[in-house]
Design a protein around this ligand. Structure first.
Ligand code: CP3
Length: 342
């Protein structure tokens, strides 16, 4: 049986001190990340440079001794591998060529072709599984089909995912074909990450909260269930963390319904509610507000302790409710860790 704290928590074990890592832990708040990114050129060049991507993955492990490392890549590499154009506008975020109809979906590359683009990511995983300290768990990841589709349809991030909702109503068949294509690509992508050495998979459904009623079941829950089923058939025992962000009450039962081993919680989930309603089904991960790593002070310490305390009767991985932001103070991360680890 594995002794790695993250794997123990994912198997349902309550640990006296929760293991910890942070969403976006390799990122612009770290001077060493900014330096390596400058060497790589732009963000996408860094994602596809296996040596440098492994280097930035390791930086927060060296600095903070986190219990997990998350592969450095992006959820939008899958659309790119399926043939979408992708670029990042500084200060604004991602831009993609858009898909609006069945023709656009049909023009995508076949799922088998994704590895031609994504193979450097698998090499990053191989490097990391050699270089990580033995107690650190390597997490691979992908975006969930709905969240990835929102970017492919709109060509950018949107506040309300309006274009994706519009295509879902106007051309249901084309929309479903797109979800299905992303889903199959995601299974192949994650399976290749596991074969290369990823020990845990996290599925990011950042926009799950904008799916209501039956749409939530059809486009957040069902794809997650099918992806997890396919992965666990091919790689028995592989733990999966699901992140149906802003799902609110729909977090309840999500782990059981999808087969996820752990639910990652966003900031809007009350820890006391989650401890009662979610922890009985397995591990939970979260959910400090990343803003506190900017503001620091007593509230950072008291909130960190409150979350540790609220989840102390069951399996818990300490994390943020969303990614750490570029304006966070690296010393506040040290303060957060001191409040967790004592
Ligand atoms: O967590 C990690 O350290 C691993 C790497 C990782 C990145 N993106 C690196 C990244 C992971 C797991 C992601 C996931 C991701 N990417 C999500 C889901 C999680 C979430 O945040 O809701 C989404 C929606 C994306 C798409 C994306 N990538 C956006 C919208 C942006 C721009 C916003 C921003 O923060 O700049 C990115 C860029 C991005 N992805 C950066 C990093 C470190 C910043 C790029 C830079 O260095 O300039």
């Amino acid at each position: 049986m594995s002794q790695k704290p993250i794997l123990r928590a994912l198997k349902g074990e309550r640990l006296p001190v929760p293991p910890v890592w942070m969403m976006r832990q390799a990122g612009r708040y770290l001077p060493e990340y900014r330096a390596t990114r400058a060497r790589a050129g732009d963000f996408l060049s860094l994602c596809y440079n296996s040596e440098l991507a492994a280097e930035v993955t390791l930086q927060p492990i060296r600095r903070y001794a986190f219990d997990a490392a998350i592969l450095f890549a992006d959820i939008l590499l899958v659309p790119q591998a399926l043939g979408a154009d992708l670029w990042f506008v500084t200060g604004e975020g991602p831009r993609l060529s858009t898909i609006t109809d069945a023709e656009g979906v049909a023009a995508l590359k076949p799922v088998d072709a994704i590895h031609e683009v994504l193979h450097p990511v698998y090499e990053t995983v191989r490097i990391l599984s050699r270089e990580l300290p033995p107690e650190v768990t390597l997490i691979g990841f992908a975006g969930a089909p709905w969240t990835v589709a929102t970017y492919m349809i709109a060509g950018r991030g949107t506040p309300d995912q309006g274009p994706a909702h519009a295509m879902k109503s106007a051309d249901r068949a084309a929309f479903m074909a797109l979800i299905e294509r992303i889903e199959r690509a995601t299974i192949e992508y994650l399976s290749a990450q596991i074969s290369a050495g990823a020990e845990v998979i996290k599925l990011f459904d950042s926009w799950a909260g904008s799916l209501k009623g039956q749409d939530f079941d059809d486009f957040a829950l069902a794809p997650a269930r099918r992806i997890i089923a396919a992965l666990t058939t091919r790689h028995p025992g592989i733990p999966v963390i699901a992140f149906p962000r802003e799902a609110g009450p729909r977090y309840a039962g999500f782990a059981r319904a999808t087969g996820a081993d752990c639910l990652a919680l966003d900031n809007s989930v009350a820890a006391e509610w989650a401890a009662t309603e979610l922890q009985k089904d397995g591990c939970v991960q979260g959910n400090l507000n990343p803003r506190l790593l900017v503001t620091g002070g007593r509230e950072l310490e008291s909130e960190t302790r409150r979350i540790v305390q609220a989840f102390s009767n069951g399996p818990h991985i300490f994390n943020l409710g969303h990614g750490i932001t570029p304006d966070a103070d690296p010393d506040n991360v040290t303060r957060m860790l001191a409040a967790i680890r004592g």
